[in-house]
Design a protein around this ligand. Structure first.
Ligand code: G4P
Length: 534
């Protein structure tokens, strides 16, 4: 095995998906703690914007600008190099999260056992399902009076359309929570509230039939034995192939706040989660083991300090080895690209690196060359696909308040669109610009940034549409006729692709029925090719 193969195979790149408050921040911190990347709790700041106001958000983003490193957290665990990718906490920035999910090879779904499957978990899990990303489930907050475990499993299975496979089982719940039984190891780990020592060996009991168990947990021991018998009958055995295919989710129970159940999770990820997977380019599938380097930009983070206009582009290495100072092809422009100070994200630190391997995420300083979806290669014309743009649900017309500043406004809009903060559309005729977003907070941030970073003042005039779909047709004349007929509802994205707007789902569905030869899609690849059908 070459060094390259060894490095590649030990990469483990994943993200956490959850609904706000389910415990993502807590578990991220605990993963870092167990992974030895941090030594004290409280080091990972919650990115929650408690009041959801723009000033809160901007403050948070500014803090983030200073320590961008927390967007990717790298550490070594059990021989693997873990790259844990962070995702924005606020639902209004879900597109950023969707894009981050395209850069990982597996995911961790954290569910609050009191609340069960919530809205945002549902939509993020759907994106993972669409991409067949393997998902591990963690049912958190078992120290609280939550729903019965079987009910939670049923809900995950039914709502997320995935087979569940418990790998641990809780002993009691809420104030009676006494620990978990690790099914594969036939071992009980006892829970002692407020005992947050991460070494749990002193608290284990070997074997379900061990009389020690009855001494420790009393009548709950008999209940556990019954439960285990039942779940062995009801749930399928763990099957790695099914997990890797994204059809089966291994489930763990615990309490992140109490450091409980987190080690099982990390051990599972280290042993079972996939190394970097092949990625599809428009031209062909690219395998990580290929000798030549290729990588794709999935996120751009603006430096919010106005004195430094540079941005950080996040590049996922897809194949080969990336090297500092080497000239690569920036496929979209056909120009050469070199980075003198690429950074890796280890624990809480950002460090300049000389090389990076498939599965790694590196930060490239950039002053405007790179866009989301851009590919870098050693010369091959590859275009990675599958970083979608989702149809926005809120549209506003941009009205310039200062004609002297229209250049700044346009530049600002272009750059924000490149960063993926907003989607910008234009009408066929005229210079009207329409911004499309998925959340109101996104609009507030855009306005704030246009004013402060680009000195452009504008008004957002609401537009009465809430549904959008990219439209295409194999017959060019037919598409042109459609566009002509509904020209007042057609806008164009930045790639010049037509988008049909509707007031609501009902009207959009009706149009689809009436014009069934037109293809309506709710996502578009960043390069414009059509995505998932509505
Ligand atoms: P998020 O990033 O997914 O939004 O969630 P976060 O980790 O911030 O957790 C949300 C709340 O849930 C926090 O409480 C956190 O302490 C609590 N929590 C996380 N894991 C557990 C657990 O296993 N058991 C219990 N009982 N609570 C848990 P908070 O009151 O909102 O914040 P804080 O004041 O405690 O920081």
């Amino acid at each position: 095995m070459t060094d390259f193969d060894r490095e590649r195979e030990r990469r483990l790149t994943f993200a956490i998906i959850s609904h706000p408050d389910a415990g993502k921040t807590t578990i991220t911190e605990k993963l870092l703690l167990f992974g030895g990347a941090i030594h004290i709790a409280g080091a990972v700041k919650s990115k929650k914007s408690s009041r959801g106001t723009v000033s809160d958000f901007m403050k948070m983003e500014q803090e983030r600008g200073i320590s961008v490193s927390t967007s990717v957290m790298g550490f070594d665990y059990a021989g693997r190099r873990v790259n844990l990718l962070d995702t924005p906490g606020h639902a209004d920035f879900s597109e950023d999260t969707y894009r981050t999910l395209t850069a990982v090879d597996s995911g961790l779904m954290v569910i609050d056992s009191v609340k069960g499957v919530e809205e945002r978990t549902r939509s993020l899990a759907q994106v993972c399902r669409m991409r067949t990303t393997p998902l591990v489930t963690f049912l958190n907050k078992m120290d609280r009076e939550g729903r019965p475990p079987i009910e939670l499993l049923d809900q995950v299975e039914a709502e997320l359309d995935i087979t569940v496979c418990p790998r641990s089982w809780p002993i009691g719940q809420g104030k009676d929570f006494r620990g978990v039984y690790k099914i594969a190891e036939d071992r009980v780990v006892l829970f002692r509230p407020h005992e947050t020592d991460i070494d749990e060996t002193a608290r284990t009991i070997e074997g379900l039939d061990n009389p020690e168990l009855d001494v420790e947990v009393g009548s709950l021991a008999a209940r556990l034995r019954e439960d285990v018998e039942l779940i062995r009958e009801v749930y399928p055995d763990y099957d790695r192939e099914h997990y890797l295919a994204g059809q089966l989710t291994p489930v763990f129970f615990g309490s992140a706040l109490n450091n409980f159940g987190v080690r099982e999770l990390l051990d599972f990820f280290a042993a079972e989660s996939p190394p970097p997977l092949p990625r599809k380019a428009a031209e062909r599938e690219v395998h990580p083991a290929e000798d030549t380097f290729s990588g794709v930009v999935f996120k751009i983070h603006a430096n919010l300090d106005p004195r430094h206009r540079d941005r950080i582009a996040y590049l996922r290495i897809c194949s080969g080895v990336f090297r500092r100072n080497k000239l690569y092809l920036h496929v979209r422009s056909g120009k050469q690209f070199k980075s003198a100070n690429p950074t890796a994200f280890m624990a809480q630190e950002r460090t300049v690196i000389d090389e990076a391997y498939p599965g790694d995420i590196i930060g490239l300083h950039d002053n405007g060359t790179l866009r989301i979806g851009d590919t870098l290669t050693e010369g091959e014309h590859l275009q990675f696909i599958g970083i979608p743009r989702f149809a926005p649900t809120i549209f506003v017309k941009v009205i310039n308040k200062d004609p002297m500043k229209s250049k700044q406004l346009n530049k600002g809009l272009d750059q924000l669109a490149e960063e993926g903060v907003a989607q910008v559309f234009s009408r066929a005729q005229g210079s009207d610009r329409i911004i499309g977003v998925v959340g109101q907070l996104q609009l507030d941030v855009i306005k704030h940034r246009l004013e402060h970073e680009y000195k452009a003042l504008c008004i957002f005039e609401p537009v009465d549409f809430s549904k959008a779909a990219w439209v295409s047709c194999s017959r060019k004349d037919r598409l042109e006729a459609f566009i002509g007929k509904y020209s007042h509802r057609i806008v164009y994205d930045r790639g010049g692709h037509p988008v049909y707007l509707a007031e609501n789902q009902f009207l959009l569905d009706r149009r689809r029925e009436d014009d069934s030869d037109i293809d309506f899609r709710w996502t578009a690849d960043v390069h414009g090719s059509a995505g998932a059908t509505l």
